[in-house]
Design a binder for this molecule. Sequence first.
Ligand code: BV8
Ligand code: ZN
Length: 261
Amino acid sequence: MSLKKAKALIAHSERLCVLTGAGISAESGLKTFRDAGGLWEDHPVEKVATPEGFQEDPELVWRFYNARRKAADIATPNAAHLALARLESGGVRKHKMKPKSGANGNGNGLHPEAEAPITILTQNIDGLHQQAGSQNVIELHGSIWKVRCTGCGLITTDYPIEVPILPRCEECEALLRPHVVWFGEALEEEVLAAAEEAVMACDAFLVVGTSALVQPAASYPFIAARRKVPVIEVNMEHTTVSPIAQFTLLGKAGEILPKII
Ligand code: BV8
Ligand code: ZN
């Protein structure tokens, strides 16, 4: 029953906002953070995903991110990523996406069309949504494929899968770091603004594969619910979002999303 209702809600939404987390990439073979054996358990968070950790041991951090770059390089989009890309391309719905203007080449749709039928806010840094063909993707926490100079801020995307350790900037010799948002670091202003615009403009909100523990991403479904926008959750378990969701569809995203899209 809720599958049918969820499907109808999505089919009739004019502007769907989708928040995705590590769970949507699990069926692509990428480990999630918190499930048993998740990534964090191999490394304490403060050692590999904080600026202090990088300061203390940049080699350990680069080894951690190189391992994830290798895993992300092997991974391919799964049925859940592909279903969201199909939804956006209008393959399954009446509206056609207006030709996108302004989205910058690196797939971070930072100037989403306000009336875009779908905006994906992803906490993932693996790039699988873009690889699946989704255009309107906002990478809340950056991208594993981008490397940023700690000195001059130069961002490059053409490093080999395994970044030579320790990488230094060709321009200013400073140390390079993954262009991702670590704990205790602020998300980029324009990312926050674009995300908030999408959450405030949506008329339906889909949450897929996230434990919804990390702020500010976890706040978005709650903001939508406060706007009386229906929230649909797809997860293997109940989360903090479940009490405010119209439905929590329990199961694998790769099986459920193709059914409701
Ligand atoms: C900020 C990028 C402020 C890097 C990530 C106390 C102390 C210190 C900080 C805080 C604190 N309280 C709050 C904070 C803020 C902190 C925070 O929220 N901490 C939490 C842990 C309490 N947030 C921050 O620090 C953020 N910045 O607040 O800045 C500020 C303002 C101004 C100036 C300075 C600072 C920045 C947070 C970003 C951190 N970076 N990632 C990288 O990836 O390496 S977070 C990282 O973890 C992910 O991006 C993601 O956000 C999170 C993992 O969560 P999930 O994606 O949900 O994955 P998880 O494993 O948890 O869950 C998987 C789910 O999928 C499960 O529910 C599972 O059931 C489900 N699932 C599994 N398989 C499937 C499935 N579902 C469907 N199908 C399947 N097949
Ligand atoms: Zn530099």
